[in-house]
Design a protein around this ligand. Structure first.
Ligand code: AMX
Length: 428
């Protein structure tokens, strides 16, 4: 089978023709309407973006290029990246070529470590990770090619180059952030010939337990993409649409991921669960969990790890993590608490009319698994999410540059405009 680069080069002309033809023949057909509520409400549900890498079905959850996530959970995350980008699962030779390519590109430059080591000790790991990415921006081959006058039809090639370099380096950067921020001793070097998730697990240096590497592989696959409209993907998309290079754009997306309603929810979730165990001196009973859920809601806070803007059923990513925990350490107290919350929280949230989705999302369970292996610094958890999500953001970016997607610029209106529009409508 062809390499990633060759596969894309073969696919792109046909993809361009297909989209061009679609728009030419149907450009004025309406696929979505916008209500006043949507305009004021985070544009929820408006179909105004195209994303071919993945789709989130409200009932079934994440579908990557037609494959429901739990049906492909055996894939390595880098196989998932190949799939996101091309729609094909790589065969052995194509995967080996990708691994060899990563091996050649790996190696976070020394100047990055100097910057990170100079940051204040209480810096958030997400800020350090993002900073590391931004500092490497000077290496962007896309930015250089653009300056030198590259043709629009070729943009995707240096964007792919930057993407592969970034992906090759992100596990090392993220592991380095962990070891610097939490004073874990010398950084552990990248190992040539080891897969992406296995390498990351090794460089973190948390445990030698091989099942931790399996968890990392699962984690890095599960968080990789969630269609185009979530905060990180959409932010990244908007920034990249200005032809900012992948370093700038991924960093922008990850700044959104660092919000507590998005990727930071996994940190918040574990903090909440640990607080529950601490309060009750062990695994709380169902009654105690119900009481604390109610108290958290009454204090005006959200229950982290529950609810979703698109999903209306249990997130299959949560189901996958729950299965992993049940298989490897069903009696771990934190895992047990997380599993019991699944029985307790949805009926309570389900009774609150305004909550559209009472079910657990990806962040409800992942932290308990990481904690079990000794990765207890939960402020760090969003960095793991970030390494994974970079694969989705970059795949979407490469496709968009291949298609020549223009700069993002929706129209905004003011409240007087809305009032006037409604008054005119009432008259008509
Ligand atoms: N606990 C308490 N209240 C919740 C809730 C939860 N888990 N989920 C939703 N609500 C509330 C909202 O805060 C909102 O209240 P408001 O009208 O008073 O502001 C109301 O219910 C309606 O919200 P919604 O339409 O159901 O959800 P949304 O699309 O606006 O927001 C999300 C989705 C994820 C931000 C929200 O469910 C939430 O805050 N969940 C907790 C945080 C979390 O787990 N985030 C991670 C999401 C997955 C990810 O990106 N990693």
């Amino acid at each position: 089978m062809a390499t990633l680069q060759e596969t894309l080069a073969k696919q792109i002309p046909g993809l361009r023709d297909e989209v061009k033809g679609l728009v030419k023949a149907n450009g004025n057909k309406v696929i979505s309407e916008v209500t006043v509520k949507q305009a004021y409400g985070g544009m929820r549900g408006i179909k105004g973006l195209v994303c071919d890498t993945s789709f989130v079905d409200p009932e079934k959850g994440l579908i990557i290029r037609g494959h429901p996530l739990l049906e492909i959970k055996h894939l390595l995350p880098e196989e998932g990246f190949f799939l996101l980008l091309t729609g094909d699962i790589p065969d052995k030779a194509a995967l080996k070529a990708l691994h060899d390519d990563y091996d050649k590109r790996a190696g976070v430059p020394d100047y990055v470590w100097k910057v990170l080591e100079a940051m204040p000790e209480d810096s958030h790991p997400m800020c350090m990770f993002d900073t590391g990415i931004l500092v490497m921006q000077r290496e962007s081959v896309f930015a250089k090619a653009y300056e030198e006058g590259i043709q629009k039809a070729e943009y995707w090639q240096p964007v792919l180059e930057d993407s592969l370099t970034l992906l090759a380096r992100l596990p090392e950067l993220a592991a380095g952030v962990y070891r610097i921020r939490y004073k874990k001793g010398a950084r552990i070097p990248y190992t040539n010939g080891l897969d992406w998730g296995g390498n990351y697990a090794k460089m973190l240096g948390v445990t030698d337990d091989e099942s931790f590497a399996d968890l990392m592989r699962l984690y890095l696959l599960f968080h990789s993409d969630h269609e185009g409209g979530n905060v990180s993907a959409f932010s990244c998309h908007t920034v990249a649409s200005a032809l900012s290079d992948p370093y700038y754009a991924v960093s922008a997306g990850l700044n959104g991921l660092a919000g507590p309603l998005h990727g930071l929810a996994n940190q918040m979730c574990l903090k909440w669960v640990l607080g529950l165990i601490d309060k009750y001196g062990g695994v709380p009973t169902k009654e105690q969990l119900a009481q604390m859920t109610q108290e958290t809601l009454d204090s005006g806070q959200v229950i982290p790890g529950y609810g979703h803007a698109v999903l209306r059923k249990t997130d299959p990513r949560y189901t996958g993590f729950l299965e992993f925990g049940k298989q490897h350490f069903p009696d771990d107290p934190i895992f047990k608490t997380v599993a019991t919350l699944f029985e307790v929280v949805p009926p309570i949230l389900g009774k609150i009319e305004k909550i559209a989705d009472p079910w657990p999302n990806v962040d409800a369970g992942s932290g308990a698994l990481l904690y079990h292996y000794g990765l207890t610094e939960f402020q760090y958890y969003t960095v793991l999410f970030a390494v994974s999500r970079a694969q989705g953001m970059l795949s979407q970016m490469i496709v968009n540059r291949a298609l020549g997607t223009p700069i993002t610029r929706p129209k905004s209106v003011g409240t007087p405009w809305v009032k006037n529009f409604l008054a005119e409508q009432a008259k008509a």
